[in-house]
Design a protein around this ligand. Structure first.
Ligand SMILES: Cc1cc2nc3c(=O)[nH]c(=O)nc-3n(C[C@H](O)[C@H](O)[C@H](O)COP(=O)(O)O)c2cc1C
Length: 173
């Protein structure tokens, strides 16, 4: 079974991005085990002074979780024309460890608009040498119901194709 680590850029309890992570988990099917990264808001603020040989325990756990996963699923809203700070903070902690290098990453931006966050996550994960499979879903809240079913046909079709590309990236590497 392939292991996927899901990271939501939203820390909201009732989150559209959490629904999209559930939807993608269901679409991936039984051959994939998706575990949610639990503590994005509990990570310390990135500080190069702490990014030494013995980083904080939460950062060791984060890096191990990424290392152990066959693929990473990120789903995030756009905040103030960019990535949410908590997600950017998590990513900053992975720069020195090169955790994303060569890693298949399905990067979904599910937001009201989201173009800036979409371009930003592509730029960031490209420089970190991830195998990025990106998708933007604008007006995301209106396209999924509370049972995590995607209600718009075109979005569902595109997402299935994105998932196929993500699965192929995991199988090839
Ligand atoms: C502080 C804040 C800033 C936001 N800024 C943007 C923005 O710049 N562009 C955008 O498309 N949506 C923006 N939104 C809307 C969210 O992206 C949208 O509500 C999204 O569906 C939230 O996802 P979530 O339910 O998973 O948290 C913002 C929301 C908040 C709370």
């Amino acid at each position: 079974m392939k292991k996927i680590l899901a990271i939501s850029g939203s820390t909201k309890t009732s989150s559209t991005n959490a629904l999209y992570i559930s939807a993608i988990s269901q679409l991936l099917g039984k051959d994939f085990g998706v575990s949610n990264f639990p503590s994005i808001s509990n990570l310390p603020h990135y500080n190069p002074d702490l990014d030494l040989e013995n980083p904080p325990k939460s950062i060791i756990d984060l890096r191990l979780a990424i290392h152990d996963a066959d693929g990473i699923l990120i789903s995030t809203p756009e905040y103030a024309m960019g990535l949410p700070g908590s997600l950017k903070n998590l990513i900053d902690w992975t720069v020195s460890s090169a955790s994303f290098s060569g890693k298949p990453v399905l990067a979904l931006v599910a937001s009201t608009q989201g173009e800036k966050a979409y371009q930003s996550i592509i730029d960031i994960l490209t420089v970190l040498e991830a195998k990025i499979v990106p998708q933007l879903i604008p007006f995301a809240k209106a396209k999924i119901n509370n049972d995590a079913e995607i209600t718009e046909h075109e979005t569902l079709t595109r997402l299935k194709s994105t998932i196929q590309t993500f699965v192929a990236a995991m199988e090839n590497g």
